[in-house]
Design a protein around this ligand. Structure first.
Ligand SMILES: Cc1cc2nc3c(=O)[nH]c(=O)nc-3n(C[C@H](O)[C@H](O)[C@H](O)COP(=O)(O)O)c2cc1C
Length: 208
């Protein structure tokens, strides 16, 4: 299957069936997200797999996305709340260990990255980190579709409610966007057979 065929197959599911995504497929999707590009490679976000059904139920309360509770799995993309030099230090250490080089040899890179983060407010850094999380979300949508696993990306939730229930503040994280994973309920999802709406490529892709 080509990537384009997978992208044509996928749509944002409103009604999931009871079928569960396997652990292998879940790990595969998480691995693909982890392999996503991020600015400077810092990966300033985490992906949380919320397994507990009662917690999922609580998270869905008061919202308009029943997929939060009903899908097989719920992934919460959460960005680092207050990026700091210590995050850069950890990254330099990981890079040194992975590539078998000294931390000192990465000094120039570290300086650029640190200056960039220190020159911005926490909120600006959070917005930047959130953008990286969205790149991971895009990868997840494609990776799941390749496995013929259905998804719903969701911004329709209250981040403060999620942060409280999941205790994300203590982990230095804030929720940004959600991804429900599962299998479409073909008979009961009104969108299961809807034709995809996209701009004509001539209007969307602009040549200059
Ligand atoms: C960042 C983002 C947030 C979205 N939030 C929601 C949401 O809260 N609830 C929902 O049912 N669909 C949500 N969607 C799905 C979009 O409505 C859907 O992707 C769009 O209508 C295009 O249709 P398709 O993905 O089915 O091709 C979201 C999509 C994206 C990319």
């Amino acid at each position: 299957m080509s990537l384009q065929e997978s992208l044509k197959w996928r749509y944002a599911v409103k009604k999931f069936s009871d079928k569960k995504v396997s652990q292998d497929d879940l790990q595969s999707i998480l691995t693909s997200i982890n392999l996503s590009a991020s600015s400077a490679g810092l990966q300033p976000y985490r992906v949380i797999n919320v397994e507990n059904p009662e917690v999922r139920q609580k998270l869905s309360e008061g919202g308009f996305n029943p997929q939060i509770a009903e899908a097989s799995h719920l992934l919460v993309f959460a960005a680092i709340d207050q990026l700091s030099v210590s995050h850069v230090d950890d990254y330099m250490q990981l890079m040194a260990d992975t590539r078998g080089v000294s931390v000192e040899s990465l000094e120039k890179f570290k300086h650029i990255l640190t200056a960039n983060i220190s020159g911005k407010t926490d909120e600006e850094n959070f917005i930047w980190a959130s953008k990286q999380a969205y790149i991971g979300l895009g990868t997840a949508l494609a990776a799941a579709a390749e496995l013929r696993i259905d998804t719903t990306p969701m911004e329709g939730f209250r981040p403060s409610q999620f942060d409280d229930i999941l205790g994300l503040k203590d982990k230095g994280l804030r929720s940004v966007v959600l991804l429900a994973l599962g299998y479409r309920d073909e008979n009961n999802d009104p969108y299961a057979h809807a034709v995809k709406v996209r701009l004509p490529l001539e209007s969307f892709a602009i040549s200059m």
